[in-house]
Design a protein around this ligand. Structure first.
Ligand code: ATP
Length: 328
């Protein structure tokens, strides 16, 4: 598409928050200033676009946010933006401010919204993959995924200390409703006895066999990682089933929950978010619309949003095989 002249860019974070979103905002805004553009913060995602929570940003607004978790622009889920009336209101607000392009930082839902908005109103938009789930195609890693894995592994290390002291069997639930990326990484990185992910069903009998074999091998602690969207249920459900089959085990359940979303972003996420923020502004200036910026093999890549949100990114078979080899 022929590049339009872009003078004012709005940036927003939407959907579930992820560590590194602030770093992505900062890089987007800094890059905009570098190219003499006016930059606008849209607060509370699409909800703020509908409610006109839009402010012109200055350098001081983005000082010292690179290292901070969460998103200073706040995030939200907006039911109204799913309606054409809601999107029309949002468009009218952008018009009021003269905003002629958008950078949307969020997961697949947020990017779907940006795509629809572009189709309906022709507002050039670039999406940045901001989600701890790593479930977007068009990038090796999403912003926040690495930090969430580090957080999960650090928490599991602590659980192992107490598991070992009491010879307990722990079921640790990590985030991942539809994707097992955090689970498989946490499983490999914390020497789990087994990892249960949404993409694969592990029959309960196989898990029982695995645990029995480990007991025979005198393993000192057993930690089973369960992705929240696991095919056999969440950690509590599986623990109940196992308790009936192996009543002599002292079983505990820990759900890591929202702590996986928080904290200062890792070095990896800061660098990824920074590269992608600059890529978003440069991409818009070059006429790359309706795409998501990602990094594949260490190179910036622009993928049509419709392709990036397709639900075909799954845990690598090799990662699953490696986790299995290392847990026996
Ligand atoms: P996460 O992966 O962390 O859940 P997400 O971006 O996928 O993040 P969603 O709640 O799915 O989170 O989407 C965020 C917002 O994007 C929604 O609240 C809604 O406003 C908008 N959105 C999602 N899907 C659509 C759609 N089909 N049409 C219009 N807007 C949408």
């Amino acid at each position: 598409m022929e590049p339009k002249t872009i003078k004012k860019i709005g940036v927003l974070t939407s959907g579930g928050d992820a560590p590194g979103m602030n770093a992505a905002i900062r890089a987007t805004v800094r890059a905009g200033f570098f190219y003499n553009l006016e930059m606008y913060g849209i607060y509370r995602g699409y909800e703020g676009m509908i409610n006109n929570e839009i402010k012109k940003l200055e350098s001081k607004n983005i000082a010292h946010i690179l290292e901070r978790g969460g998103t200073f622009l706040k995030s939200a889920r907006s039911a109204e933006f799913r309606t054409s009336e809601g999107r029309k209101k949002a468009y009218e607000n952008l018009q009021k401010h003269g905003i002629d392009a958008l950078v949307v930082i969020g997961g697949d839902g947020s990017l779907t919204g940006a795509h629809l908005f572009f189709q309906e109103f022709g507002i050039p938009a670039i999406g940045l993959p901001g989600t701890i789930d790593n479930d977007l195609s068009g990038t090796d890693s999403t912003i926040g995924f690495d930090t969430a894995c580090n957080t999960a592994i650090q928490a599991i290390d602590k659980i192992r200390d107490t598991a070992t002291s009491h010879d307990r069997l722990f079921f640790v639930e990590v985030m991942g409703r539809d994707a097992g990326f955090i689970a498989i990484n946490a499983g490999i990185g914390s020497a789990a006895a087994a990892t249960l992910i949404p993409e694969k069903k592990m029959p309960i009998e196989r898990l029982v066999e695995r645990l029995k074999a480990r007991t025979k091998a005198l393993k000192q602690s057993n930690i089973v990682i369960v992705a929240e969207g696991g095919k056999s249920g969440g950690a509590a459900e599986i623990a109940t089933k196992i308790k009936k089959l192996l009543p002599y085990y002292d079983i505990k359940v820990t759900i890591l929950g929202h702590l996986q979303r928080g904290g200062s972003p890792s070095s990896f996420d800061r660098v990824l978010a920074s590269k992608l923020g600059v890529a978003a502004v440069e991409g818009l200036m070059q006429g790359k619309y309706d795409v998501m910026a990602g990094v594949i093999n260490n190179k910036i890549v622009f993928t049509p949003i419709t392709k990036a949100i397709v639900d075909d990114k799954e845990v690598d078979e090799d990662d699953f095989r490696i986790a299995k080899i290392l847990s026996t």
